[in-house]
Design a protein around this ligand. Sequence first.
Ligand SMILES: Cc1cc2nc3c(=O)[nH]c(=O)nc-3n(C[C@H](O)[C@H](O)[C@H](O)COP(=O)(O)OP(=O)(O)OC[C@H]3O[C@@H](n4cnc5c(N)ncnc54)[C@H](O)[C@@H]3O)c2cc1C
Length: 391
Amino acid sequence: MRYDAVVIGAGLPGLLAAWKLAEGGFRVAVLERGTIASESSALAAGHIPQESTSPANLAVLCRTRAIIDELDRVTGGVVGFHVVGGLQMATSEEGARALRARVDQAARLGVAGEYLEPDTIASRWPNLRTDDLTGGYYTGTDGFVFSQTLSVVLAGMARNAGAEIWEGCAVDRLAVDSGHVSGVVASGHHVTTPRVLVAAGAWSATLLARSRIFLPTKSFILQAIIVVGDHGGLRFMSEFEAGHYVMPRSPGALLLGLPPSDIGVDADRFSRHPDPETSTEWLGLLRRRVPSLRDARVAGGWAGVLASTPDAWPLVGRFGPEGLFVATGFGGGGVQRLATAEAVAQLMLDQEPFYDIHAQEALRFDGYDGAPFEFREGPFYYTETVATQLW
Ligand SMILES: Cc1cc2nc3c(=O)[nH]c(=O)nc-3n(C[C@H](O)[C@H](O)[C@H](O)COP(=O)(O)OP(=O)(O)OC[C@H]3O[C@@H](n4cnc5c(N)ncnc54)[C@H](O)[C@@H]3O)c2cc1C
């Protein structure tokens, strides 16, 4: 078995890269130990903001949306970009200042966001309690996608372009000869290839560590709770200080996304079900913000494991021996930053990446030796800018 490129992991970035590589003329195989999108790529809230304070990140977010719009056209509406806007609310003076600074910085990049005083929020969102708010930031163009549907469609595109996707095929380790990738060992078989893309989510670091290649990532958990109740047509909103957000799922149901927890968790041992007590506590906070949800109840939920880097930017491009590429370390933003995988595919095809990957290049951590580290600001916070963002 000989391929021009092997992709490890059939999550969103792995599948997009496989499609683009196959379209570019490569013979490609995706090796997936479970099934297509068997981990976080099927569990995401799918939020894709269209604002950022970093030019590179903004280019990625806009390209992600363009890819989704293209898939929507090709599939006759199977993958929709559902525009729900994005309201971030602050309850402290410091939070309000950070949001105001963010509006100004994003405006310099051409983002049409608005800083909102609490009384403006009260008049435009009459279903919210606003007496404790100090300010807000609204962008009207943010949206979401159903991430499992997107994954399946990307798998279809990859297959149509000629990529093979092997499910139930766990990669044990990388094969490296004289400083050059020569293949992978999967389920005891050697698969020959001069190029490997590691897109194995929270398992990327442990997989590469078996070949003594160290990626600086740390795992954590994100939980989503489904709340059923009268939300009065609520669209996307998030709380700056507490870190939770809500995403409409249907007229009578919301996805309540919790902030990161269990930092440093073992990706092979975590609970896939939100703790009922924790769910009830967060539902209480949500009910206080949205009084019409007073009779709302928790109708289920799930938890997924993610990995982030010291500076919370992803790991993109070349790393380690010749022929090794990575697209991982997305933290809680792998759907919105999906397009980074297209840039990695372009590199693998010896083309110019569509955006300047410099700030996200995995090689910024060249020489990392596997030592424990702390997140500089947290798993979601980009250090490239002064202002923070929720993910
Ligand atoms: C509750 C929740 C809400 C989220 N909300 C958002 C959101 O609103 N917006 C956003 O942008 N992002 C969101 N995310 C984050 C997003 O889901 C992830 O960043 C993204 O899916 C990461 O994709 P991935 O392919 O890197 O990882 P995964 O989807 O976890 O895929 C990794 C794949 O690699 C496979 N694999 C692992 N080891 C091996 C091996 N040895 N051999 C072969 N295959 C292997 C796994 O089986 C898996 O299929 C959310 C995540 C969660 C859990």
